[in-house]
Structures are given as C-alpha cells and as structure tokens.
Ligand binder design. Structure first.
Ligand SMILES: *Cc1c(COP(=O)(O)O)cnc(C)c1O
Length: 396
C-alpha cells in the first residue's frame, strides 16, 4: 500500500479528532524516522517530547523485550518488581516522597487534583475547595485536566466541567495572590508552559508561588509532563529553580515511548491525602510500563543524558538565535534546554512546518505562532547542524 491508501483506510476507521500531517511513519532508528515510502526524517518533535532516547535504543529495546517475555500486566491487586524499581528511581531523581503511576499525562493531573482535594478535606473536613490554574496552560483532555487548562476554546464545548477553578496570569504573582481565599486548596502550573507557546516560568514567580502556598497551607502542583525528564538540563525543570512542589506530574518522556505517567508527592502531601480506597487504576504501574520507566532512568544515568542536554544547550540556542538575525519572520526564541520555541510572524507556522516536513525535518507548533523544537535528548551537534540546514531551507 501507498501513503494515500494508508491514510484513506485510517480516516475510514479512526475518529477524526486530528488533522494529521500527510505521512505514515513506519520505523525509527536513533534520531531518524522513516515513512512507508522509505523517506527519512530528522526528528525534532520526538512524538511531542516523548521519545527522549530516540528510536530503537538497544538497552531500552532489550529491557522491554525481556519484560514482555516475563509479564506485562497483573493489576494493582498484587506487587510487581518493575513498579518497585521504577518508583525507587523516580523518587531518587526527584527527591520526592511517594509516587503513583498512571497511564497518561492527563491521568496524572487527575490524580494530582484528587490528592490536593483530599489534602484540604483532611485539614478541614469539608469538600468544595477550589484550584488556581494559569491562563494559556495545558494539562490534558480529560474532564478534570481540561477544567484546569487555560484555553477557553478547548473547554467551552464540554462545560460545565469541574467547578471551582480560577485562572490567573502566568508569571504574574499579583494575579495569583488576588485569587487566594479560604476555598483554595492548590495552585497548579506548568514549570514551562509547553502547548501554550513555550513560556518558561520566572524564578520570581515560582518562588512567590511556593511562599504563597506555604503561607496558606495549600499545595503547589508543578506539571512537568512536557518539561520534565531531563529536557531542560535538570531531571525536572523545577530543580533548576530550587523551588520544590508538593505534587509533581510527569509523563511523556517518562516511559521513553511506552504510555505511562505519574504523580509524585512530597512527604506532606503523601502523608495527608490519598488513602486506600481513594484512588485506583487497572493498568497504572503495570510491569511493562514500569520496566520502560526503569530502563529510561537507568540509561539516563549510564549515558549521562541530563548532563548531555545541559552541555549541548548553549550550542542549540546559539544556532537558533542565528535565525532571528537572518530571517525577519523569526522574531524571538523562548525556552530552556531541549524545549525551544521560535516565534514566527508574518507567515503561518503551519506552512513552515509543512515545508520542513518536505525537507525531511519534523518540528511542531505551540500556541498560534510558535515553532516548537523538542528533539530526543540524545541528539548531537551534527544533528543540530542538520536541523539548521533543513530549517533554513524551509524558512527561505
Ligand atoms: C501532554 C501534556 C499533558 C497531557 O498528557 P497526555 O498524556 O496527553 O494526557 C498534560 N500537561 C502537559 C504540560 C502536557 O504537555
């Protein structure tokens, strides 16, 4: 079959909730993907910041193969070894206290919200608390996660959603302060807004949120689903600011491509929130997903992935900044580490992305006018140079 046949067949069967790029990807090797026509793409999208180790990483592949041979699922009624190991490694990387594994990012957000609500319930014995979230945030598509997503266009058709959500301005501490009252149980924010347009939180904002939460005994939730797992040059982006959340959500790169998420709690939240019977999942933390998490974190350590991101970031940033000088349509660059956004003006971002695709480069958008780069964390200088060549050809 050809590309058009695959696409037609897919559209016949799969609910049309995505306007997909017109390629059918079949396999990957390193930082390259191949479509069914044999065309090769340099991947600076990584399945939306997921494929941290690229494709067909030997150690990762072997770990998954070995786990498939043993066991893929048992439910949470029993203990399994990969979950124990993955939990240990996530807590070591984050310096937090307890972890609950989920199947996706949105589900990690749901768990974080429930933990925060239960924390408040344990304090004062009544429900009905509210949550402060940020404008232009993105936390996922399930009802709870959508409720705290600061994009009215995503929310509107599905209202009424979870009640008691108030939106503040990202990076504006006063706007958060003005929403604080006795009903608030948590503040939730991405450490770097991803989908909203690659906006890093300021040091001052994060420190201010921490203080505000401590003063009011409410929980601070950092959504690290996109910016976490080494992407910024720290295991988690908040570590680069020295501002620790009470609950962190993680997903995307956590499993290196196997669907898995987690919400991770600090000691205070862990000891005073969800108890047996409060929360559950059939698949969450299953041996296959946890073997993936475990392998990813082992490889990070073995191959010094986080240090590699930190070392290569100045070069990536320097090369991207050339575009601002050379192309009037490239206005600014925002981001941290291997999560970078270029603000494009005067022409649609989608057009640049489609031209990049034709030139064998995968990049994605964020917000309405941002070209987003979220490559696998294993890229080398030569891949940055190749990306620049292809991106320039697409901007010409
Ligand atoms: C992708 C993303 C989510 C949602 O994760 P899913 O796995 O798609 O449910 C939540 N928050 C952030 C910051 C994300 O980037």
């Amino acid at each position: 079959m050809k590309t058009t046949d695959y696409i037609e067949k897919s559209e016949n069967n799969i609910l049309h909730t995505y306007n997909r790029y017109q390629i059918v990807l079949e396999k990957g090797e390193g930082v390259y993907l191949y479509d069914v026509e044999g065309r090769k793409y340099l991947d600076f999208a990584a399945g939306i910041a997921v494929n941290c180790l690229g494709y067909h990483h030997p150690t990762y592949t072997k770990a998954l193969q070995e786990q498939v041979e043993k066991l893929t699922h048992i439910s949470n009624l029993y203990y399994n070894i990969p979950m124990m190991e993955a939990g240990e490694k996530v807590l070591k990387a984050s310096g937090m206290d307890k972890v609950f594994f989920t199947n996706s990012g949105a589900e990690a957000i749901e768990g974080a919200l429930k933990a925060a609500k239960k924390y408040a319930f344990c304090q004062n014995g009544h429900a009905g608390c509210s949550v402060i979230a940020m404008n232009h945030s993105f936390h996922g598509r399930t009802v709870g996660a959508l409720s705290v997503t600061g994009n009215a266009h995503y929310r509107e058709p599905f209202e009424p959603l979870m009640g008691g959500v108030k939106f503040a301005e990202f990076n504006n501490l006063d706007s958060v302060k003005s929403l604080i009252d006795d009903s608030v149980c948590a503040i939730i924010t991405e450490t770097i807004q991803g989908e909203g347009g690659v906006y890093p939180a300021s040091q001052e904002f994060l420190e201010g949120l921490r203080l505000l939460c401590d003063e009011n005994d409410i929980l601070l939730i950092f959504d690290e689903i996109q910016c976490g797992m080494g992407r910024t040059g720290d295991y988690f982006a908040w570590q680069g600011h020295g501002v620790k959340p009470d609950i962190m959500t993680c997903a995307k790169a956590l499993g290196g491509g196997v669907p898995v998420g987690a919400f991770v709690l600090g000691a205070k939240a862990a000891a005073n929130s969800l108890a047996p019977g409060d929360h559950g999942t059939t698949y969450g933390g299953n041996p296959l997903a946890c073997a993936a998490v475990s392998a990813v974190l082992d490889i990070y350590k073995e191959e010094q992935i986080v240090a590699h991101v930190r070392e290569l970031t100045p070069y990536l940033e320097k090369r991207l900044d050339e575009l601002i000088q050379e192309y009037p349509c490239v206005k600014t660059r925002r981001g941290k580490g291997f999560l970078q956004g270029l603000v494009i003006e005067g022409r649609p971002v989608a057009e640049v992305i489609n031209r990049a695709l034709e030139n064998g480069l995968l990049v994605i958008s964020a917000g309405s006018d941002v070209l987003r780069l979220a490559p696998p964390l294993i890229i080398e200088r030569q891949h940055i140079d190749e990306m620049m060549e292809k991106l320039k050809a697409s901007l010409d």
